[in-house]
Design a protein around this ligand. Structure first.
Ligand code: DQA
Length: 150
């Protein structure tokens, strides 16, 4: 019998998140995406999780990455950026994965422009964490761990 730890989390960042560090600091803080990923990977490690990171500014690449996750990830933590609010293509691809997922937003999307209050992936996710800054990713990991059936 092979032992499967089921601890592989795909952390996916969407459009414009590679611009962290240049974006409005009152919403997104000062960290770059690289700094954020370093922090995330340490925190995930503390919870016994193994992270792999993906970023793209191309919607189709985000979709195809989701298609390719079968057998490679046990859960997904995703911040699709603005795609969150309107991309049914990403929604459908997330559904196809069948994996437990948590949606994260650095900023408090419920208290910004009205269009940011809509998430087309929300009901596919175990939880949405928003407005907690980088800390939100740790909260997402804590939420996903019980779903991994380890
Ligand atoms: C974001 C919120 C989105 O509304 C926005 O378009 C982003 C980042 C966040 O992390 O707060 O690009 O997902």
């Amino acid at each position: 019998m092979t032992f499967s730890p089921r601890n592989r989390i795909e952390v996916m960042h969407g459009v414009n998140l590679d611009q962290l560090g240049r974006r409005a600091s009152e919403h997104y803080g000062d960290m770059t995406l690289t700094e954020l990923e370093t922090r995330i990977s340490t925190e995930a490690g503390d919870l016994g999780l193994l992270t792999r990171f993906f970023h793209t500014n191309q919607e189709g690449d985000f979709v195809e990455h989701l298609h390719r996750l079968e057998g490679l990830a046990d859960g997904i933590v995703l911040n699709p950026g603005a795609w969150t609010h309107y991309s049914y293509a990403i929604r459908d691809a997330l559904e196809i994965t069948g994996l437990p997922a948590v949606e994260v937003h650095l900023s408090d999307v419920q208290h910004r422009e009205p269009w940011r209050r809509v998430s087309v992936i929300e009901d596919l996710c175990l939880a949405t964490v928003s407005g907690e800054g980088p800390e939100g990713y740790r909260l997402a990991f804590e939420r996903i761990v019980p779903e991994l059936g380890r």
